[in-house]
Design a protein around this ligand. Sequence first.
Ligand code: TPP
Length: 381
Amino acid sequence: MPRKPIDLPFKLEYLSVLDENAELDKKLDPKLTDDELKTLYRYMLKARRADERMLNMQRQGRIGTFPQASGHEAISMGSVFCLKKEDWLVPAYRELAGMLYRGWPLETILLYWNGFEEGAKVPDGLNDLPMCVPVASQLLHAAGIGMAMNIQQEKKVVLTFFGDGSSSEGDCHEALNFAAVFNAPVVFICLNNQYAISVPIAKQMKNETVAQRAIGYGMQGIRVDGNDVLAVYTATQEAIERARKGEGPTLIECLTYRFTPHTTADDPKRYRSEDESKKWHLREPLLRFAKYLNAKGIMNEEQRQQIEAEIDAEIKEAVAKAEELAKSDELSNPLNMFDFSFAELPPFLVEQRQELADHIAKHTKHKKESGEKKAPSPAKI
Ligand SMILES: Cc1ncc(C[n+]2csc(CCOP(=O)(O)OP(=O)(O)O)c2C)c(N)n1
Protein backbone atom coordinates (compact mmCIF):
# COMPACT_ATOMS: atom_id res chain seq x y z
CA MET A 1 0.00 0.00 0.00
CA PRO A 2 1.75 3.23 -1.08
CA ARG A 3 -0.27 5.47 1.24
CA LYS A 4 -1.12 4.36 4.78
CA PRO A 5 -1.09 5.79 8.28
CA ILE A 6 2.18 5.44 10.22
CA ASP A 7 1.55 4.17 13.69
CA LEU A 8 3.57 6.40 16.00
CA PRO A 9 3.47 6.08 19.79
CA PHE A 10 2.85 9.70 20.83
CA LYS A 11 1.29 10.88 24.00
CA LEU A 12 1.29 14.20 25.75
CA GLU A 13 0.04 14.98 29.25
CA TYR A 14 -0.92 18.09 31.16
CA LEU A 15 -0.18 17.93 34.88
CA SER A 16 -1.47 19.91 37.83
CA VAL A 17 -1.41 18.67 41.41
CA LEU A 18 -2.91 21.62 43.31
CA ASP A 19 -5.99 23.10 41.70
CA GLU A 20 -6.74 26.81 41.63
CA ASN A 21 -8.35 26.61 45.06
CA ALA A 22 -5.27 24.85 46.45
CA GLU A 23 -7.06 21.49 46.67
CA LEU A 24 -4.59 18.62 46.35
CA ASP A 25 -5.23 15.75 43.96
CA LYS A 26 -4.35 12.99 46.43
CA LYS A 27 -3.44 10.47 43.71
CA LEU A 28 -0.75 12.85 42.50
CA ASP A 29 0.62 13.92 45.90
CA PRO A 30 4.44 13.84 45.63
CA LYS A 31 4.48 13.21 49.41
CA LEU A 32 7.13 15.71 50.37
CA THR A 33 7.88 16.08 54.07
CA ASP A 34 6.57 19.09 56.00
CA ASP A 35 10.10 20.52 56.12
CA GLU A 36 10.52 20.13 52.37
CA LEU A 37 7.19 21.84 51.71
CA LYS A 38 8.14 24.72 54.01
CA THR A 39 11.53 25.05 52.28
CA LEU A 40 9.81 25.32 48.90
CA TYR A 41 7.60 28.08 50.26
CA ARG A 42 10.43 29.96 51.95
CA TYR A 43 12.54 30.26 48.81
CA MET A 44 9.55 31.14 46.63
CA LEU A 45 8.69 33.91 49.06
CA LYS A 46 12.28 35.08 49.34
CA ALA A 47 12.50 35.36 45.55
CA ARG A 48 9.24 37.33 45.41
CA ARG A 49 10.37 39.77 48.10
CA ALA A 50 13.84 40.11 46.57
CA ASP A 51 12.24 40.81 43.20
CA GLU A 52 10.08 43.54 44.70
CA ARG A 53 13.07 45.02 46.51
CA MET A 54 15.14 45.03 43.32
CA LEU A 55 12.36 46.85 41.49
CA ASN A 56 12.40 49.57 44.16
CA MET A 57 16.16 49.77 43.92
CA GLN A 58 16.04 50.01 40.14
CA ARG A 59 13.54 52.86 40.36
CA GLN A 60 15.87 54.60 42.82
CA GLY A 61 18.82 54.18 40.44
CA ARG A 62 20.56 51.72 42.76
CA ILE A 63 20.65 48.82 40.26
CA GLY A 64 20.35 48.65 36.48
CA THR A 65 17.67 47.28 34.19
CA PHE A 66 16.64 43.77 35.21
CA PRO A 67 13.96 41.18 34.40
CA GLN A 68 11.59 40.52 37.29
CA ALA A 69 10.65 36.95 38.09
CA SER A 70 7.42 37.51 40.04
CA GLY A 71 4.96 34.76 39.14
CA HIS A 72 7.69 32.31 38.13
CA GLU A 73 8.69 31.16 41.61
CA ALA A 74 6.90 27.81 41.40
CA ILE A 75 8.76 26.89 38.21
CA SER A 76 12.16 27.95 39.44
CA MET A 77 11.92 26.43 42.91
CA GLY A 78 9.86 23.33 42.03
CA SER A 79 12.48 22.27 39.49
CA VAL A 80 15.78 23.30 41.11
CA PHE A 81 14.65 21.62 44.34
CA CYS A 82 15.03 18.26 42.52
CA LEU A 83 18.75 18.70 41.83
CA LYS A 84 21.52 17.10 43.84
CA LYS A 85 24.37 19.42 44.71
CA GLU A 86 26.70 17.91 42.10
CA ASP A 87 24.14 18.24 39.28
CA TRP A 88 24.35 21.15 36.87
CA LEU A 89 22.14 24.23 36.79
CA VAL A 90 22.21 26.23 33.56
CA PRO A 91 19.87 29.16 34.15
CA ALA A 92 18.47 31.88 31.91
CA TYR A 93 17.56 35.07 33.79
CA ARG A 94 14.31 34.41 35.66
CA GLU A 95 15.48 31.60 37.97
CA LEU A 96 15.83 33.76 41.08
CA ALA A 97 14.08 31.39 43.53
CA GLY A 98 16.04 28.33 42.42
CA MET A 99 19.35 30.17 42.37
CA LEU A 100 18.83 31.41 45.92
CA TYR A 101 17.96 27.88 47.02
CA ARG A 102 20.99 26.52 45.23
CA GLY A 103 23.23 28.82 47.30
CA TRP A 104 23.74 31.91 45.16
CA PRO A 105 24.00 34.80 47.65
CA LEU A 106 21.43 37.51 46.93
CA GLU A 107 24.23 40.07 47.09
CA THR A 108 25.92 38.32 44.13
CA ILE A 109 22.69 38.56 42.12
CA LEU A 110 22.36 42.23 43.04
CA LEU A 111 25.90 42.81 41.80
CA TYR A 112 25.08 41.01 38.56
CA TRP A 113 22.15 43.31 37.81
CA ASN A 114 24.30 46.24 38.74
CA GLY A 115 26.74 45.34 35.98
CA PHE A 116 29.57 43.93 38.10
CA GLU A 117 31.48 40.99 36.66
CA GLU A 118 31.64 39.46 40.13
CA GLY A 119 27.88 38.93 39.97
CA ALA A 120 28.56 36.16 37.46
CA LYS A 121 30.98 34.34 39.75
CA VAL A 122 29.61 30.88 40.56
CA PRO A 123 29.70 30.17 44.30
CA ASP A 124 32.39 27.64 45.22
CA GLY A 125 31.31 24.04 45.11
CA LEU A 126 28.43 24.50 42.68
CA ASN A 127 28.30 23.06 39.19
CA ASP A 128 26.27 26.02 37.97
CA LEU A 129 26.67 28.42 35.09
CA PRO A 130 25.96 32.13 35.59
CA MET A 131 22.65 33.61 34.44
CA CYS A 132 22.42 33.87 30.69
CA VAL A 133 20.95 36.91 28.93
CA PRO A 134 21.51 36.04 25.22
CA VAL A 135 18.32 34.04 24.76
CA ALA A 136 18.60 30.27 24.12
CA SER A 137 22.41 30.24 23.92
CA GLN A 138 22.55 28.55 27.34
CA LEU A 139 20.64 25.55 25.97
CA LEU A 140 23.60 24.58 23.82
CA HIS A 141 25.85 24.73 26.86
CA ALA A 142 23.40 22.50 28.73
CA ALA A 143 23.25 19.97 25.88
CA GLY A 144 27.05 20.00 25.63
CA ILE A 145 27.51 19.44 29.36
CA GLY A 146 25.03 16.55 29.21
CA MET A 147 26.87 14.97 26.28
CA ALA A 148 30.19 15.38 28.08
CA MET A 149 28.80 13.64 31.14
CA ASN A 150 27.74 10.69 29.03
CA ILE A 151 31.27 10.43 27.67
CA GLN A 152 32.68 10.61 31.19
CA GLN A 153 30.05 8.16 32.43
CA GLU A 154 28.91 10.47 35.18
CA LYS A 155 25.42 10.05 36.55
CA LYS A 156 24.75 13.76 36.97
CA VAL A 157 21.92 15.63 35.29
CA VAL A 158 21.63 19.12 33.80
CA LEU A 159 18.67 21.39 34.39
CA THR A 160 18.23 24.32 32.03
CA PHE A 161 15.63 27.01 31.36
CA PHE A 162 14.31 29.03 28.45
CA GLY A 163 11.28 31.12 27.52
CA ASP A 164 8.56 30.58 24.93
CA GLY A 165 10.16 33.29 22.79
CA SER A 166 13.55 31.60 23.07
CA SER A 167 11.99 28.52 21.49
CA SER A 168 12.08 30.41 18.16
CA GLU A 169 15.87 30.57 18.24
CA GLY A 170 18.03 28.23 16.20
CA ASP A 171 20.13 27.55 19.31
CA CYS A 172 17.07 26.07 21.01
CA HIS A 173 16.35 23.63 18.19
CA GLU A 174 19.98 22.60 17.86
CA ALA A 175 20.25 22.00 21.59
CA LEU A 176 17.08 19.92 21.79
CA ASN A 177 18.08 17.88 18.77
CA PHE A 178 21.64 17.23 19.96
CA ALA A 179 20.44 16.31 23.44
CA ALA A 180 17.91 13.83 22.02
CA VAL A 181 20.25 12.27 19.47
CA PHE A 182 23.05 11.86 22.00
CA ASN A 183 20.71 10.83 24.81
CA ALA A 184 22.05 13.60 27.03
CA PRO A 185 20.76 13.72 30.63
CA VAL A 186 19.26 17.19 30.29
CA VAL A 187 15.93 18.50 31.54
CA PHE A 188 14.80 21.46 29.45
CA ILE A 189 12.34 23.67 31.31
CA CYS A 190 10.38 26.07 29.14
CA LEU A 191 8.86 28.95 31.08
CA ASN A 192 5.92 29.67 28.85
CA ASN A 193 4.87 33.06 30.19
CA GLN A 194 3.12 33.63 26.86
CA TYR A 195 5.07 36.68 25.75
CA ALA A 196 8.53 37.38 24.41
CA ILE A 197 8.70 41.04 25.42
CA SER A 198 5.61 42.29 23.49
CA VAL A 199 5.34 39.35 21.08
CA PRO A 200 2.59 36.89 22.05
CA ILE A 201 3.20 33.17 21.75
CA ALA A 202 0.84 32.87 18.77
CA LYS A 203 3.43 34.85 16.80
CA GLN A 204 6.27 32.60 17.99
CA MET A 205 4.91 29.21 17.01
CA LYS A 206 2.10 27.52 15.14
CA ASN A 207 1.76 24.66 17.66
CA GLU A 208 -0.79 24.38 20.42
CA THR A 209 1.90 23.64 23.03
CA VAL A 210 5.67 23.92 23.38
CA ALA A 211 5.67 20.44 24.94
CA GLN A 212 4.56 18.74 21.72
CA ARG A 213 7.82 19.78 20.09
CA ALA A 214 9.45 17.09 22.24
CA ILE A 215 7.81 14.52 19.98
CA GLY A 216 9.54 15.95 16.93
CA TYR A 217 12.94 15.67 18.61
CA GLY A 218 12.32 12.19 19.96
CA MET A 219 12.24 12.97 23.65
CA GLN A 220 9.71 12.90 26.47
CA GLY A 221 7.59 16.02 26.85
CA ILE A 222 4.95 17.24 29.25
CA ARG A 223 3.00 20.44 29.88
CA VAL A 224 2.48 21.41 33.52
CA ASP A 225 0.75 24.14 35.44
CA GLY A 226 3.70 26.44 36.02
CA ASN A 227 1.96 28.18 38.91
CA ASP A 228 1.71 24.92 40.84
CA VAL A 229 5.00 24.14 42.57
CA LEU A 230 3.99 20.53 43.25
CA ALA A 231 3.25 19.88 39.57
CA VAL A 232 6.59 21.35 38.51
CA TYR A 233 8.35 19.32 41.21
CA THR A 234 6.66 16.07 40.13
CA ALA A 235 7.39 16.49 36.42
CA THR A 236 11.02 17.50 37.05
CA GLN A 237 11.60 14.67 39.52
CA GLU A 238 10.33 12.14 36.98
CA ALA A 239 12.44 13.66 34.21
CA ILE A 240 15.57 13.64 36.37
CA GLU A 241 15.03 10.01 37.36
CA ARG A 242 14.74 9.05 33.69
CA ALA A 243 17.87 11.05 32.83
CA ARG A 244 19.86 9.38 35.61
CA LYS A 245 18.81 5.96 34.33
CA GLY A 246 20.23 6.84 30.92
CA GLU A 247 16.84 7.44 29.31
CA GLY A 248 17.78 10.82 27.89
CA PRO A 249 16.36 14.33 27.92
CA THR A 250 12.89 15.72 28.67
CA LEU A 251 11.15 18.92 27.65
CA ILE A 252 8.86 20.32 30.35
CA GLU A 253 6.64 23.21 29.35
CA CYS A 254 5.50 25.20 32.39
CA LEU A 255 2.47 27.29 31.54
CA THR A 256 2.55 30.56 33.47
CA TYR A 257 2.26 34.32 33.16
CA ARG A 258 4.51 37.31 33.78
CA PHE A 259 2.97 39.40 36.55
CA THR A 260 5.36 42.23 35.81
CA PRO A 261 6.83 43.94 32.75
CA HIS A 262 9.34 41.97 30.67
CA THR A 263 12.08 44.09 32.23
CA THR A 264 12.13 47.35 34.14
CA ALA A 265 12.42 49.04 30.72
CA ASP A 266 9.12 47.68 29.41
CA ASP A 267 5.45 48.74 29.61
CA PRO A 268 3.12 45.75 29.20
CA LYS A 269 0.00 47.98 29.21
CA ARG A 270 0.82 48.65 25.57
CA TYR A 271 0.34 45.02 24.55
CA ARG A 272 -1.55 43.11 27.31
CA SER A 273 -5.08 43.68 28.57
CA GLU A 274 -5.79 44.25 32.24
CA ASP A 275 -8.46 41.54 32.13
CA GLU A 276 -5.95 38.95 30.96
CA SER A 277 -3.54 39.95 33.68
CA LYS A 278 -6.23 39.85 36.41
CA LYS A 279 -7.31 36.36 35.35
CA TRP A 280 -3.78 35.07 35.82
CA HIS A 281 -3.38 36.75 39.19
CA LEU A 282 -6.11 34.42 40.47
CA ARG A 283 -3.69 31.55 39.84
CA GLU A 284 -0.89 33.18 41.81
CA PRO A 285 1.66 30.49 42.86
CA LEU A 286 2.55 31.79 46.33
CA LEU A 287 -0.97 32.43 47.62
CA ARG A 288 -2.09 29.07 46.32
CA PHE A 289 0.76 27.22 47.99
CA ALA A 290 0.38 29.13 51.27
CA LYS A 291 -3.31 28.20 51.28
CA TYR A 292 -2.41 24.54 50.82
CA LEU A 293 0.19 24.61 53.61
CA ASN A 294 -2.32 26.28 55.88
CA ALA A 295 -5.03 23.71 55.12
CA LYS A 296 -2.49 20.93 55.72
CA GLY A 297 -1.82 22.43 59.15
CA ILE A 298 1.88 23.08 58.65
CA MET A 299 1.93 26.87 58.28
CA ASN A 300 -0.57 29.25 59.85
CA GLU A 301 -0.64 32.98 59.19
CA GLU A 302 1.44 33.74 62.27
CA GLN A 303 4.19 31.34 61.15
CA ARG A 304 4.00 32.78 57.64
CA GLN A 305 4.52 36.29 59.04
CA GLN A 306 7.53 34.97 60.92
CA ILE A 307 9.05 33.70 57.65
CA GLU A 308 8.30 37.10 56.07
CA ALA A 309 10.18 38.84 58.88
CA GLU A 310 13.21 36.53 58.57
CA ILE A 311 13.30 37.07 54.81
CA ASP A 312 13.01 40.82 55.23
CA ALA A 313 16.08 40.80 57.46
CA GLU A 314 18.02 38.54 55.04
CA ILE A 315 17.23 40.86 52.13
CA LYS A 316 18.24 43.99 54.07
CA GLU A 317 21.56 42.35 54.92
CA ALA A 318 22.19 41.29 51.29
CA VAL A 319 21.41 44.79 49.97
CA ALA A 320 23.78 46.37 52.50
CA LYS A 321 26.53 43.86 51.58
CA ALA A 322 26.07 44.38 47.83
CA GLU A 323 26.18 48.16 48.16
CA GLU A 324 29.26 47.98 50.36
CA LEU A 325 31.01 45.67 47.87
CA ALA A 326 30.00 47.88 44.94
CA LYS A 327 31.81 50.80 46.57
CA SER A 328 35.03 48.86 47.13
CA ASP A 329 38.08 49.58 44.99
CA GLU A 330 38.34 45.92 44.07
CA LEU A 331 34.91 45.70 42.49
CA SER A 332 34.84 49.04 40.81
CA ASN A 333 37.88 48.13 38.74
CA PRO A 334 36.88 47.89 35.05
CA LEU A 335 39.78 45.50 34.45
CA ASN A 336 37.73 42.87 36.29
CA MET A 337 35.82 42.19 33.10
CA PHE A 338 38.81 40.16 31.93
CA ASP A 339 39.09 38.08 35.07
CA PHE A 340 36.22 35.61 35.24
CA SER A 341 35.85 33.96 31.86
CA PHE A 342 39.22 32.38 31.17
CA ALA A 343 41.62 30.49 33.42
CA GLU A 344 44.34 31.83 31.13
CA LEU A 345 43.65 34.88 29.00
CA PRO A 346 44.18 34.44 25.24
CA PRO A 347 46.84 36.80 23.80
CA PHE A 348 44.36 39.17 22.11
CA LEU A 349 42.63 39.74 25.46
CA VAL A 350 45.94 40.22 27.27
CA GLU A 351 46.58 42.98 24.74
CA GLN A 352 43.14 44.53 25.26
CA ARG A 353 43.52 44.35 29.02
CA GLN A 354 46.85 46.15 28.83
CA GLU A 355 45.35 48.81 26.60
CA LEU A 356 42.58 49.44 29.14
CA ALA A 357 45.06 49.41 32.05
CA ASP A 358 47.18 52.05 30.26
CA HIS A 359 44.09 54.11 29.59
CA ILE A 360 43.04 53.98 33.24
CA ALA A 361 46.53 54.86 34.42
CA LYS A 362 46.62 57.88 32.12
CA HIS A 363 43.15 58.94 33.21
CA THR A 364 44.07 58.51 36.87
CA LYS A 365 47.12 60.67 36.45
CA HIS A 366 44.93 63.31 34.95
CA LYS A 367 42.40 62.99 37.79
CA LYS A 368 45.14 63.06 40.43
CA GLU A 369 46.52 66.23 38.97
CA SER A 370 43.06 67.78 39.04
CA GLY A 371 42.48 66.45 42.62
CA GLU A 372 39.80 63.86 41.75
CA LYS A 373 39.29 60.39 43.37
CA LYS A 374 41.99 57.78 42.63
CA ALA A 375 41.42 55.09 39.99
CA PRO A 376 40.95 51.45 40.99
CA SER A 377 44.00 49.28 41.53
CA PRO A 378 44.73 46.78 38.73
CA ALA A 379 43.33 43.28 39.24
CA LYS A 380 45.27 40.00 38.88
CA ILE A 381 45.04 38.17 35.53
C1 TPP B 1 20.24 36.34 21.23
C2 TPP B 1 19.34 37.41 21.76
N1 TPP B 1 18.51 38.07 20.94
C3 TPP B 1 17.69 39.03 21.43
C4 TPP B 1 17.70 39.33 22.75
C5 TPP B 1 16.77 40.42 23.31
N2 TPP B 1 15.75 39.76 24.14
C6 TPP B 1 15.85 39.77 25.48
S1 TPP B 1 14.62 38.94 26.19
C7 TPP B 1 13.88 38.61 24.73
C8 TPP B 1 12.59 37.84 24.68
C9 TPP B 1 12.68 36.56 25.39
O1 TPP B 1 11.41 35.99 25.53
P1 TPP B 1 11.22 34.59 26.17
O2 TPP B 1 12.22 33.63 25.66
O3 TPP B 1 9.79 34.20 26.00
O4 TPP B 1 11.58 34.80 27.71
P2 TPP B 1 10.89 35.74 28.79
O5 TPP B 1 11.73 36.98 28.85
O6 TPP B 1 9.49 35.99 28.38
O7 TPP B 1 10.97 35.00 30.08
C10 TPP B 1 14.63 39.12 23.70
C11 TPP B 1 14.28 39.00 22.26
C12 TPP B 1 18.58 38.61 23.59
N3 TPP B 1 18.62 38.81 24.91
N4 TPP B 1 19.37 37.64 23.08
